[in-house]
Design a protein around this ligand. Structure first.
Ligand code: NAD
Length: 246
């Protein structure tokens, strides 16, 4: 897949799945805007890798749950490249707690980062994509949205919202040449899943028919496919990359 001259923005792109996605686009010739929230060290580590690849890139520190910061970030991208071809709404967090113990702050933080962030970033790029009459938006959902999972009411609600958002937006913009799809990564080995307790990891592993966690490369392959010409007639879909989990 060749993404030469394509301008890509990956939110939450300095670690885990987002980092692999950003590097995969860069390796196929794309210019990559990599957003992150606070972790300057991981941004600087990624910058070294992008420089070694002689990539055209932007590092964009912004909280995706802030409308002002998102607007500033998109302005930075457009000032630099004058267009955005592909948006990957990947930034996401977990704050797992049983509902009885789930305070408003953990509810709001997860919904605002995962779901509101997807809304804000999509809305901010849409004007540009509409005037270009082309664009690809790829949103990161989760199996938790489909099967539910205890202690994840906030997270599964945010990801279920992302699936519904994907389907509705795809219908709004299909005739303009913009596709909107979601990916449901299963349990992927990233800093997010490394935080899980050993017992939880064991339980999750036992639920995966393929018997192993996924790799970030598995998810990046799906993202690049949905962003490519090969997926030109696919919109409003949810692609599970989960070893059979769902
Ligand atoms: P991660 O924790 O390794 O990385 C998350 C990234 O999001 C980081 O770069 C972080 O800086 C960024 N981020 C967090 N809050 C942000 C904010 N407010 N603004 C901007 N950036 C922010 O996570 P991951 O495991 O790579 O997951 C990536 C996406 O895939 C998430 O949306 C996650 O919900 C989803 N997902 C992951 C798995 C998994 O098994 N790892 C499974 C299903 C879905």
């Amino acid at each position: 897949m060749n993404f030469k001259d394509k301008k890509v923005l990956v939110t939450g792109g300095t670690k885990g799945i987002g980092k692999t996605v950003a590097l995969a686009f860069a390796s196929q010739g794309a210019s990559v805007g990599v957003n992150y929230a606070t972790d300057d060290q991981s941004a600087s580590d990624l910058e070294k890798e992008l420089q070694q690849m002689s990539s055209d890139y932007l590092l964009l520190k912004a909280d995706v749950s802030s409308a002002d910061e998102v607007e500033t970030m998109i302005r930075q991208v457009l000032d630099q490249w004058e267009r955005i071809d592909i948006l990957v709404n990947n930034a996401g967090i977990i704050r797992d707690k049983m509902l009885l113990f789930l305070g408003e702050e953990d509810w709001d933080r997860v919904i605002n980062t995962n779901l509101k962030g997807t809304y804000l970033c999509s809305r901010a790029v849409l004007k540009e994509m509409i005037s270009q009459k082309s664009g690809r938006i790829i949103n990161m959902a989760s199996p938790s949205a489909i099967t539910g999972r205890q202690a994840q009411t906030n997270y599964s609600a945010s990801k279920g919202g992302i699936i519904s958002f994907t389907k509705s937006l795809s219908k709004e913009v299909a005739r303009i040449g913009i596709t909107v799809n979601a990916i449901c990564p299963g349990i992927i080995d990233t800093p997010m899943t490394q935080e899980l307790k050993e017992a939880t990891k064991k339980e999750l592993l036992s639920m995966i028919p393929m018997g192993k966690f996924g790799k970030t490369d598995n998810v990046a392959d799906g993202v690049l496919f949905l962003a490519s010409e090969k997926a030109a007639y696919i919109t409003g879909q949810v692609l599970a990359i989960d070893g059979g989990l769902t």
